[in-house]
Write a protein that binds this ligand. Structure first.
Ligand code: FES
Length: 293
């Protein structure tokens, strides 16, 4: 199968993975060092506000415009006339213009890419940057009246962008980048005891299980807060994270979640954690799934 061949190809070039990890980490560290305003911009780029990764939404615009542009180029070569030429030029320009914000959102996602997908992500970015260069040169050639050269350049861009899009799909469907890494939790609807009260110390997070799902418990004063224990971004163990201001920060790529309701405070995570109600009864800690707000 092609996807397995792609993976074994990347495995044969470990330097690519190391380079990808290094670049991603360098960007991520700059983001963390820059503080709250930059993290908020990154949240917009990740799509935290949308509840869905923003990058694949924008890639549809780019790939759609370039594909249609190629069809109109073909139509113009087959005698489609000036309207086909004009449509091809406009679509090439739309695709090129929308490729820039798309690349920025891709770079934001790449900054927190899991290690196992870093080589794929770096190659995806390189392919799409190369395609963008072809399209910029194509636009320039079209503007100078060198139509044949412009079509040749955008055709080369289309070939490269198709390879980049394939890798983008592989990143999502095979490497599981951008998908929700938590289970769809529907239980327990009723209170269940999950541990002894005496084992849950103040501000000492504990991972336990309820109805087969990981639950993170955090005791603060008289209250016990309970949310899903697995980070939706890439499956990070939240009990190993940092706890502050009523939030937990994932140890892997620093997503921040509210411990009250599991909502995302900062990405790269897009999806909220399952939220639980928790109480102390008869020396036991009990939880049940919180009703949706
Ligand atoms: S696993 Fe990436 S932020 Fe948690």
């Amino acid at each position: 199968m092609l996807n397995l061949k792609v993976d074994s190809l990347f495995e044969r070039v470990p330097a690519l993975k190391e380079a990808g990890v290094k670049v991603a980490r360098a960007i991520h560290e700059q983001v963390l060092a820059a503080g709250e305003p930059v993290r908020e911009v990154m949240d917009v780029l990740h799509g935290t506000w949308l509840g869905h990764p923003l990058h694949p939404v924008l890639t549809d615009v780019v790939v759609g415009a370039f594909s249609l542009g190629s069809l109109f180029d073909l139509a113009s070569l087959m005698g489609g006339g000036s309207s086909a030429r004009r449509a091809a030029d406009v679509l090439t320009a739309v695709g090129t213009a929308s490729a820039i914000p798309t690349a920025i959102t891709g770079l934001a996602d790449f900054s927190a890419i899991p290690r196992g997908a870093a080589a794929h992500g770096l190659t995806h970015a390189a392919a799409n940057s190369t395609a963008l260069l072809f399209y910029l040169l194509s636009l320039a050639a079209r503007k100078n009246g060198e139509r044949g050269k412009g079509i040749a350049l955008s055709t080369a861009g289309m070939v490269v962008v198709t390879a980049g899009a394939y890798l983008g799909g592989h990143l999502v469907f095979s490497k599981r980048v951008g998908v929700d890494h938590t289970e769809r939790v529907t239980e327990p609807q009723d209170w269940v005891a999950v541990m002894n009260e005496g084992d849950l110390l103040q501000q000492e997070p504990v991972r336990t299980e309820a109805a087969g799902n990981g639950v993170l418990l955090y005791r603060s004063g008289d209250r016990v807060l309970a949310v899903g224990a697995t980070c939706p971004h890439a499956g990070g163990p939240l009990e190993e994270g940092a706890f502050y201001d009523g939030c937990v920060q994932c140890p892997w790529h620093d997503s921040v979640f509210n411990l009250e309701d599991g909502s995302v405070v900062h990405g790269p995570a897009i999806y909220a954690l399952p939220a639980y109600e928790a109480r102390l009864r008869g020396g036991r800690v009990e939880v049940r799934l919180a009703k949706p707000a």
